[in-house]
Design a protein around this ligand. Structure first.
Ligand code: GLN
Length: 313
């Protein structure tokens, strides 16, 4: 059987099972099994499969039909043009979370987006080149809480190598993945000196982390506990600890904001991802805690997804 033929069969099985993007999913799974890029796979459809590749491919197709995500099946997910290792120990990085990265970059560059204004997409370095705003980030420090796979911290460090980046998670298995991602994605194959990489902490929010920071950023768990049971099957397979935000979804967000007062430099800024329905409540908490100049950033669907506030000077 050829690459092209098995792709057609896999696509058909996924389509019959009502998988939303059968063609894309089949090609991602086959490219993973073959160890080639999707582009390479599509160009060389007439190549013959090795015998063991056939059952391995259909095994993954069955698991996809049973509800596992492509990210967990292949062990990788693209975020900010970088390929992150993922496992069921971490939340799969979402495209919308790139807004969190962009909001921090626009702050570093000295731009502040107007409230409610959608952030520009032009800043994303398609070829992973260093972000031009890096000049402005030299010597500044950033702490990423609930880092998970390390996606936000690593995207920011790769865009701004001059930024001193610290990242923390309460989960030891998640931190192992974040460290592996940092080693692979930030080194370009070289061994890194101190300052060229990220300092990781196993920590419940700020608990084990010393010092103060110019920026605190987090995509914390923010789904209300009672809403967890209604999430789609793929999300249900993600770590509950990465999703469960307590009674109204705001438990961790409240702690991050109140702790941020003593962990941010004067004039430093706190950035949080949350659900659009939570933005008004979060803006109020930020105000009550003395944060100023509160900004809200919209995601790709036009929903309010990120909020930031400046620690009073
Ligand atoms: N945006 C995620 C979702 O829709 C939630 C992630 C989180 O709680 N941080 O599943």
């Amino acid at each position: 059987m050829t690459w092209g033929e098995i792709l057609i069969q896999g696509t058909k099985q996924l389509k019959q099972a009502d998988i939303a993007s059968p063609n894309l999913d089949a090609s991602l799974l086959l490219a993973h099994i073959l160890g080639v890029s999707r582009e390479h796979l599509l160009i060389h459809g007439d190549r013959a499969l090795k015998p063991d590749e056939i059952p391995r491919f259909f095994g993954l197709v069955s698991r996809r039909i049973a509800g596992e995500s492509i990210a967990y099946l292949t062990g990788y997910k693209e975020f900010w043009g970088l390929s992150f290792q993922v496992s069921p120990a971490v939340l799969v990085p979402r495209p919308d979370t790139e807004i969190l990265v962009e909001a921090v970059l626009s702050f570093l560059q000295g731009q502040s987006l107007n409230e409610g204004q959608s952030s520009k997409r032009s800043q994303k370095p398609e070829d992973n080149k260093v972000y031009p705003g890096d000049r402005a980030s030299g010597g500044r420090s950033l702490l990423d809480l609930c880092t998970g796979s390390g996606a936000v911290a690593i995207a920011l460090k790769s865009a701004c190598p001059g930024l001193e980046v610290f990242a923390a998670d309460i989960s030891a298995p998640a931190l192992e993945i974040a460290r592996a991602n940092a080693r692979r994605l930030l080194s370009g194959g070289q061994s890194l000196h101190e300052g060229q990489s990220i300092t990781f902490y196993l920590s419940d929010l700020y608990d084990n982390i010393p010092g103060i920071f110019d920026i605190v950023v987090s995509n914390p768990p923010y789904i209300p506990s009672e809403a967890l049971a209604d999430l789609p099957g793929e999300v249900q397979r993600e770590p509950r600890i990465a999703l469960d935000g307590g009674r109204d979804g705001l438990e961790l967000i409240e702690k991050i904001i109140s702790g941020g007062r003593s962990r941010l430099t004067s004039g430093g800024r706190l950035f949080l991802e949350a659900d659009s329905g939570q933005m008004a409540a979060i803006a109020l908490i930020l105000e009550k805690q003395g944060f100023q100049n509160i900004l809200i950033y919209k995601d790709l669907a036009g929903l309010e997804r990120v909020v930031s506030g400046k620690r009073n000077e």
